[in-house]
Design a binder for this molecule. Sequence first.
Ligand SMILES: NC(=O)c1ccc[n+]([C@@H]2O[C@H](COP(=O)([O-])OP(=O)(O)OC[C@H]3O[C@@H](n4cnc5c(N)ncnc54)[C@H](OP(=O)(O)O)[C@@H]3O)[C@@H](O)[C@H]2O)c1
Length: 346
Amino acid sequence: MTPVINKSNRSLMRTIAHDRHGEADEVLHLREQSPPPAPDAAQVRVRVLSRPIHPGDLAGVEGGPDARRRLAGPRVPGLEGMGVVDALGEGVRHLRPGQRVAFFPVPGAWSDVLTAPAGLVVPVPEHVSDETAALMLVNPITLLTLLRAVEEAQHDQPGPVIQTAAGSSVGKLVGAAAVKHGIPLVNLVRSATGARTLRQRFPELPAISTADTDWRAQVREATGGRRPLVALDAVGGSLSGEFAGLLDDGGTLITYGRLGSGSTPLESLPLMRRALTVRGVSIERWMTRTPEERAEDVAFATRLAATAPDLFEVAARYDLAEFPKAVDHVRRTGKSGTVLLTSPPS
Ligand SMILES: NC(=O)c1ccc[n+]([C@@H]2O[C@H](COP(=O)([O-])OP(=O)(O)OC[C@H]3O[C@@H](n4cnc5c(N)ncnc54)[C@H](OP(=O)(O)O)[C@@H]3O)[C@@H](O)[C@H]2O)c1
């Protein structure tokens, strides 16, 4: 990662980009370029103040197994963030210049300035801080997506649910929702320290470390011997078989992340014999919901940001130019919360 920056030229904006897929440390670079031109009628130009680095952003930089290594042109990561309205298209009525706004999904969030379709830009409520606003859309919308998938997988037979990577930012939102709605959730994490921290956070919910040799027995004990019908899994890789193995017959493994390593061949899962389902869930599909449904989801996220800011924990903040350190922090074991990249207020 090679920062290339001329601090003296203030008419240029900074942006982080990559020209090929690969390890973030190797392919990301900071560059300067002219800010985007005046927005079109239905667009908003936003001076971005803060944006998260989600694990999914780094996965997007790496590219999936079938991604072409070289991109057609420079790609700027990041789909979420918050900032201040810098300029408005003539057709935009629900915003005003200078207003604090959040946006998702708008490609190029890792830039000082971006242009967004007005429909994807929402005002930030007065009492929501800039840092909370920077995080207020992706994870709550992921939570809603996961809860809908759980409901569909349970077929009106509510019962125990297990989730992996339960100490993640998304995992803690799921934990809070489980406590609120009385979902019998069992939290799985990869270390004893993580389990202890999570038990302090959610004393109502069992938290089990998969580093314990008897963790499967602990799960059975926590569910009173009932096998869960649903597993929410952000780890996957070589552990998918383990998580699927805990499910009741007819159960569903909901996969939504790839934090783990290795892989599990589909044929090794007892899919047919035990009538198991593996279901992928991604926020990338959110735009297929109707505008009314998306507006409801955004209203939920905004309410959550206003009423429960503790659910939007920030692990650390780094200036955009310090992105190598920020990326490094995202990968730290035991990190709690989300890392933000910031730009100066003006
Ligand atoms: N599909 C979607 O639409 C969608 C949307 C949002 C997020 N996600 C996924 O949800 C997951 C969590 O995201 P986040 O932003 O909430 O993460 P986060 O706050 O950065 O937390 C990452 C967590 O993952 C745990 N972890 C990392 N590697 C692990 C491994 N190999 N085995 C077990 N646990 C591991 C860490 O545990 P330690 O404390 O032990 O280090 C940490 O608690 C990610 O996979 C992300 O890609 C998916």
